[in-house]
Design a protein around this ligand. Structure first.
Ligand code: PMP
Length: 368
């Protein structure tokens, strides 16, 4: 099948692989904890990666922690910020990734009050709904920049401004935004930002968390004191080097977005099938397109399209065969939520792939 699931994961870019390979073999030292050349060389590689990535986000190097991925970054950000604080009020949304939602569900059980924002009719979180939800005891707001199932955008800059005025900490999951939106030199970035390597042509098992003040978070794991104690454990040097190499790809990745937008527009123009578009018009990223098919059983839907690798909403829901909570938040019944495909594109997608996709869906699925 042709791969249309780049929002789920991406192949490692050749330049990224090339950068990381020496750190498996000749440069195998333990970063930060050795008294000899091998350790120092590894340490230098990690710190130079930290410098490059943190400067992209405009924070000092010590305000970046390497993690295993966005799930861990979200946990460290939210739990690390709230640790030892007296339970107050928190804001998130019904369309967050499970790696955020489940944290808030746990926090509710610990006595925190949580407001879950509903998306509007286009499936976007409105800035006004954030503003309205703020209470005098609101401590933290967590909202994703780009939704992983629909590609819908949240105006994180406006929310950053609101949070700064109200002295509320703002965390954003930028997993689907990084490498698609240009976040460099942006004066209105959230206080904490989570991201993952495997969505930006890096390997699985590496991610990061940046934060705008050195003492913003507390660790929730204890050990050898690596990453200034915030994320103890031997640093995966080759993964860190790879993550840093991903950031060199961004100019080319961002440059490819208009082409990808044209592909998305072409699909929407030429598709004759009976479908509902879940990705907001003009308010979603180019590389994600979510479609739901009324009157089609999801098993039948997936049986009809074996030649394309797409996902049912998010990859994380695909195996559980539960209707996606994001599609449910869009107001879809369980059956429609299940009969949904997420097409996600990349600079690796060719126009001929798009033409095949359009013809294939038109030939396999019922028309309007
Ligand atoms: N947040 C979002 C928005 C995601 O799309 C994903 C990956 N599906 C994650 C978090 C989890 O990322 P990771 O696999 O790096 O833990």
């Amino acid at each position: 099948p042709i791969y249309f699931d780049y929002a789920s994961t991406t192949p490692v870019h050749p330049d990224v692989l090339k950068a990381m390979l020496p750190y498996f073999t000749e440069e195998f030292g333990n970063a930060g904890s050795s008294q000899h050349y091998y350790g120092w060389a590894a340490d230098e590689a990690v710190e130079s990666a930290r410098k490059k990535i943190s400067s992209y986000f405009g924070v000092p190097a010590r305000q970046l922690v390497f993690t295993s991925g966005a799930t861990e970054s979200n946990n460290l950000a939210i739990q690390g910020y709230l640790k030892d604080k007296h339970p107050g009020h928190l804001i998130t949304s019904y369309i967050e990734h499970k790696a955020v939602l489940q944290i808030f569900q746990t926090l509710e059980a610990q006595g925190w009050a949580v407001t879950y924002l509903q998306p509007n009719d286009s499936g976007c979180i409105e800035v006004s709904s954030v503003q309205q939800a703020i209470r005098s005891d609101t401590v933290l707001i967590s909202l994703m920049m780009v939704n992983n199932e629909t590609g819908n955008l949240t105006d994180f800059q406006a929310i950053t401004k609101i949070c700064r005025e109200a002295a509320i900490c703002f965390h954003a999951d930028a997993t689907q935004a990084l490498g698609k939106l240009d976040l460099a030199h942006n004066p209105f970035l959230p206080d904490m930002i989570s991201f993952s390597g495997h969505k930006i042509y890096g390997p699985k098992g590496i991610g990061g968390l940046v934060f705008n003040s050195p003492s913003l978070i507390c660790p929730f794991m204890y050990g050898g004191g690596q990453e200034r104690g915030l994320r103890p454990g031997t640093v995966p040097v080759q993964q860190v080097v790879a993550l840093s190499a991903c950031f060199d790809l961004f100019p080319a990745l961002i440059e490819s977005m208009p082409v990808i937008q044209n592909y998305k527009d072409k699909i929407l123009q030429k598709l004759l099938t009976n479908h509902i578009v879940n990705s907001a018009d003009n308010q979603s990223v180019a590389h994600i397109l979510s479609l739901s098919f009324p009157n089609l059983d999801w098993e039948e839907l997936y049986r009809k399209i074996p030649m394309i690798a797409v996902s049912n909403g998010s990859a994380c829901n695909a195996k559980s065969q539960l209707p996606s909570h994001v599609m449910k938040a869009h107001g879809h019944a369980d059956s429609l939520a299940l009969a949904t495909i997420r097409i996600s594109l990349s600079y690796l997608t060719k126009e001929s792939d798009i033409d095949f996709l359009i013809d294939y869906l038109n030939s396999q699925l019922p028309h309007r």
